[in-house]
Design a protein around this ligand. Structure first.
Ligand SMILES: Nc1nc2c(ncn2[C@@H]2O[C@H](COP(=O)(O)OP(=O)(O)OP(=O)(O)O)[C@@H](O)[C@H]2O)c(=O)[nH]1
Ligand SMILES: [Mg+2]
Ligand SMILES: [Zn+2]
Length: 380
């Protein structure tokens, strides 16, 4: 569903997500006009959603607004380690468990609380070195980065503004369709996607510019980086300032290295990719929330092997391809799926060179996957 809302100041309808807009100009790392976008707050987002749909969630919001007695506190989940969640109350860290009732209500099979969740917890121990509590409420999420294979859904992080999708041109070799999968997942989760191609020092054949152009021409912020030469690091730091950003991508592409380049004080663990397979070693094992000194935060995450987007309904797939959105109404058939129909505006745009063939291929690949999943579900 398109989530549109009115602008704060005027009556002009503005897009909830900046990357749904048609590009006004090319955006490379370091272009500052993107930096003034307002950060959504939960209450604003809640107040414009359909009535009824989220009444339960709204009740939770109200409860989260109530003043708490001394025994209950608010905080943010900054790391999830097995059954324990580290919660930051703004000053101190608390080691929390989770009330069982929250587990039974959860759609996520791993943990009902994910990094970025705003929670209320009951204090169980406030003396000594280790403060402890039990999480009792989870605030409605204004955004999520999730993946799902149709049976299990894993929410990687919640309440982030943007996702830096990191690939490396080599070691491991870039998987171009994976970038599009991420952009779909981010868009579906209400998160702005940013494309980052790392290890630019290994781009011997000068392949990066063409890949970046694919994304900047449809309005995404995209840039090349290298932690070896320092290329793009300042621009990446600028893109993160004041925002909450998740850093995601395959293992070994250099996510933790990039964050260390931005702020050496984080001193995150990194490891060389395997020489034999060119694959990463899954060095980062859990998502962690890192506060930026100048405001905002970044979430470093473990590398993923694949990104399935079964949480996206088949009918909604096309709207997560930003360059399709304004074209689909020109297709001859209203239910056109843009694969084999006559008079398809999307296929015409591909042929005319207006839509990148790689992006179209990604769409077809995802469409096929989602329709196979649906057929399987109906068969059962
Ligand atoms: N040549 C080159 N190597 C890099 C660059 N950035 C990182 N690396 C190397 O890539 C390897 C993997 O880096 P990490 O930062 O551990 O990768 P990661 O994405 O955090 O991996 P996981 O935590 O396993 O998901 C390390 O050996 C880094 O030194 C770069 O810009 N150029
Ligand atoms: Mg890492
Ligand atoms: Zn069509």
């Amino acid at each position: 569903m398109a989530r549109r809302r009115k602008g704060k100041a005027g009556q002009r309808r503005v897009d909830f997500r900046p990357n749904r807009q048609q590009p006004r100009r090319h955006k490379h790392f370091g272009s500052h006009h993107l930096a003034d976008e307002a950060v959504e707050d939960v209450h604003l987002a809640e107040s414009v959603r359909a009535k009824g749909e989220l009444s339960r969630r709204r009740t939770v919001v109200e409860r989260l607004d109530e003043p708490l007695d001394g025994r209950r506190m608010r905080g943010k989940a900054v790391a999830v380690r097995g059954a324990y969640v580290e919660v930051d109350d703004g000053k101190e860290l608390w080691l929390c468990t989770i009330r069982r009732i929250l587990r039974t209500r959860s759609i996520d099979t791993r943990s009902p609380v994910v990094v970025g969740d705003d929670v209320i917890f009951a204090v169980t121990r406030s003396e000594g070195a280790q403060r402890e509590g039990v999480i009792e409420e989870i605030a409605p999420r204004r955004s999520t980065l999730a993946r799902s294979d149709g049976r299990r859904t894993h929410v990687i992080a919640a309440n982030v503004d943007q996702a830096v999708i990191v690939s490396s041109i080599r070691e491991p070799r870039i998987k171009e369709h994976l970038i599009d999968r991420y952009l779909v997942a981010a868009h579906a989760g209400n998160i702005r996607g940013i494309v980052c191609i790392n290890k630019a020092d290994l781009d011997e054949d000068d392949e990066i510019p063409e890949i970046l152009e694919r994304y900047t021409r449809i309005g995404y912020l995209a840039g090349a980086t290298s932690t070896k030469t320092g290329q793009g690091i300042r621009e990446l730091r600028d893109a993160l300032a004041g925002k909450v950003t998740i850093i995601s991508g395959q293992s070994g592409v250099g996510k933790s290295s990039l964050l260390n380049a931005i702020n050496p004080a984080w001193n995150l663990k990194t490891a060389a990719v395997s020489e034999a397979t060119e694959k990463g070693r899954h060095t980062t094992t859990t998502a962690v929330w890192l506060k930026l000194p100048e405001g905002g935060a970044v979430v470093d995450t473990p590398g993923i092997r694949a990104l399935d987007v079964a949480m996206v309904p088949l009918e909604e797939l096309e709207m997560h391809f930003v360059e399709f959105v304004d074209r689909v109404r020109h297709c001859r058939f209203p239910n056109c799926i843009h694969i084999h129909e006559e008079g398809c505006a999307i296929k015409a745009a591909v042929e005319a060179g207006e839509i990148d063939p790689m992006r179209y291929e990604s769409y077809v690949e995802l469409f096929m996957e989602l329709s196979e999943l649906r057929a399987k579900r109906m068969g059962n």
